[in-house]
Design a protein around this ligand. Structure first.
Ligand SMILES: C[S@@+](CC[C@H](N)C(=O)[O-])C[C@H]1O[C@@H](n2cnc3c(N)ncnc32)[C@H](O)[C@@H]1O
Length: 200
């Protein structure tokens, strides 16, 4: 996929601005301000995630998908054939679905409203993105319980192995640690972790 195609994707999500972030995530008591990741950060994260999963073309699941920027990048860049996301705030889902349709990516990237901690939601992909910088401990605990009961997978998270261990995640190995940057000026730098989860 060309750089100009990806530039158009990110320009479309930049248009959304803060309008979609005003509505509160009911599971989060702190600031709703979000640092969005740069395009090259997504490229790096997805390359490491696929390497950890040992797969080439596959499906990405974004837990807490916001307006779907990561989903759009995942399929528009060709890193993933399909991308599915779940987002708790309806407004983010609404504007995200519109952006995916405008970009003609809706056939490959889907976004649904829901709570990934709930028993109705099933994680159905071998590669999981969890941009969880602001997730509170209770959310991480609930997610750990769900991941413990799930299948083998690779996961990108911004929480350290110590944080996941404290939350009760079992059977995981750290396979890569990297640094990415946000789109803000000046950029913020974040550390991400790639894990494999071995089950059964
Ligand atoms: C950092 S933002 C998402 C960014 C997105 N993954 C991306 O890279 O473009 C985290 C999102 O997680 C959502 N979230 C938090 N807890 C959730 C839950 N239990 N179920 C679904 N979404 C949740 C928040 O509403 C927020 O939009």
């Amino acid at each position: 996929m060309t750089t100009s195609r990806l530039s158009r994707v990110h320009a479309r999500f930049d248009q959304i601005g803060f309008q979609a972030w005003v509505e509160r995530d009911p599971r989060h008591s702190g600031s709703q301000m979000l640092s969005e990741l740069s395009p090259r950060s997504y490229d790096y994260i997805f390359r490491m995630l696929k390497q950890a999963a040992g797969v080439d073309d596959t499906t990405l699941c974004d837990l807490g998908a916001g307006c779907g920027r990561a989903l759009a990048h995942a399929v528009a860049s060709g890193a993933f054939v399909r991308a599915t996301g779940v987002e708790i705030v309806q407004k983010r889902v609404d504007v995200g679905l519109k952006a995916l349709a405008d970009l003609r990516l809706a056939h490959a990237a889907t976004l649904e409203q829901g709570d990934f901690c709930s028993s109705e939601y099933a994680i159905d992909a071998p590669c999981v993105l969890c941009y969880d910088l602001v997730f509170e401990l209770e959310v991480v605990r609930l997610l750990a319980t769900k991941l413990n009961a799930g299948a083998n997978r690779a996961m990108v998270s911004f929480k350290s192995p110590q944080r996941w261990e404290a939350a009760g995640l079992t059977g995981f190995s750290l396979v890569h640690t990297g640094r990415v940057d946000s789109t803000s000026d000046p950029p913020e730098r974040f550390t991400f972790f790639v894990y494999t989860l071995a089950r059964g």
